[in-house]
Structures are given as C-alpha cells and as structure tokens.
Design a protein around this ligand. Structure first.
Ligand SMILES: [Zn+2]
Ligand SMILES: [Zn+2]
Length: 183
C-alpha cells in the first residue's frame, strides 16, 4: 500500500500523517536525544493493527546527531496501544515539523496523481544495504512496517539528509519499534 499526499491534516488527526502532535498514553514523557540531550522532533504517526507507531528524531542541530541510526539514541519509535490522547509539546527545542500532512493509503498497483510520500508493508526498498534492526527486547529481526519519503517541500518535510528515505520497523510481541533513514 502506498502512502500518498492526502492534504493538510489536523495536528491530532488519528489517521496516518507526518507532523502534528503525537497521540500518546497517560504518563508519556517526550523523548530526549541521547547524543545532544535536546527534545526529539515528532515525525510521524502510523497505524498498526492494533495500535499506532509514533516516530521521533533529533533535529536540534541537523547533521550533528546520528538521527539516521536505529540505535544511536538520536531517534525513537514507540508502539502505543489503548487509550491515546494528544501529547503536551515541550516549550523548547525543534519538536514539531513545519506542516501536518495526511498520508493516504493507496493501492500500489493503481495509478495516482498525488505525490507518493511513503509505503505501508511489503519489503523495504533500501537505498543502501539492508539495515533491518534487531528488536531491543528479544533481538529478533524486526518486522518492516513503513517507509517515509523525505517529501518534496523542503520547508515542511522531514529531513533525511536530502533525498533520503525513512524506514520504520516493529516487533509485535515486544511492542517495540525502531526507525532509521538512509540516503
Ligand atoms: Zn540530538
Ligand atoms: Zn521483540
């Protein structure tokens, strides 16, 4: 399933999107970058069955932290299930994308005039080598969940180093998720 540009979404929309605010469980603490210490930027809200994945990465000083790396601590991805509500956004740091963009699922074998912003399921289309992460809890190879393209509007899109692609994985039994990007 492709994810095509679905227009502007509201900040706490339940559908797949980049930008806006994460939908989180009670007690959620906004994640920090393990490298620079600043708050991470919320990147994407993606559906899981059941639950959602929330992806964050460090944009406090782009290029300085290893936000492309699944395990360096400069990005985080969470699996959330149950009752979720909009997170309280920290008052400082580069925490939000410049736009909230709906990612509308679209069958991969049907033509679309909309910009393709990502893909759900299938196999990862690696730009570099296969970097499928191991689950931090059980060490099994994680399940590929979604790809995110950088987007065409540099004022509002994610920063994957200029033309890069983001990859989201999860481990269902452990409720773990991981993110990395390549270019
Ligand atoms: Zn950082
Ligand atoms: Zn696991």
């Amino acid at each position: 399933m492709l994810l095509v540009h679905g227009g502007v979404a509201v900040a706490d929309a339940p559908e797949p999107r980049t930008g806006g605010v994460p939908l989180v469980p009670d007690g959620f603490v906004w994640p920090n970058c393990r490298e620079c210490g600043g708050f991470l930027q919320f990147l994407a809200h993606l559906p899981l069955d059941p639950g959602t994945i929330a992806v964050f990465f460090c944009q406090n000083d782009p290029g300085m932290c290893d936000d492309w790396d699944a395990t360096a601590g400069a990005n985080r991805a969470f699996v959330f299930r149950g009752q979720l509500s909009a997170a309280t956004v920290p008052a400082e740091g580069e925490t939000l994308l410049g736009a909230v963009t709906a990612l509308r699922p679209h069958p991969a074998d049907e033509p679309t005039a909309k910009p393709v912003l990502g893909r759900l399921g299938g196999e990862p289309d690696w730009i570099q080598d296969d970097e499928t992460p191991g689950c931090p809890s059980c060490a099994a190879r994680m399940t590929f969940t979604a790809e995110l393209e950088e987007g065409s509007d540099f004022a509002t899109s994610a920063n994957f180093g200029g033309g890069g692609r983001g990859y989201v994985f999860h481990c269902r039994p452990c409720s773990e998720a991981a993110f990395l990007w390549q270019r």
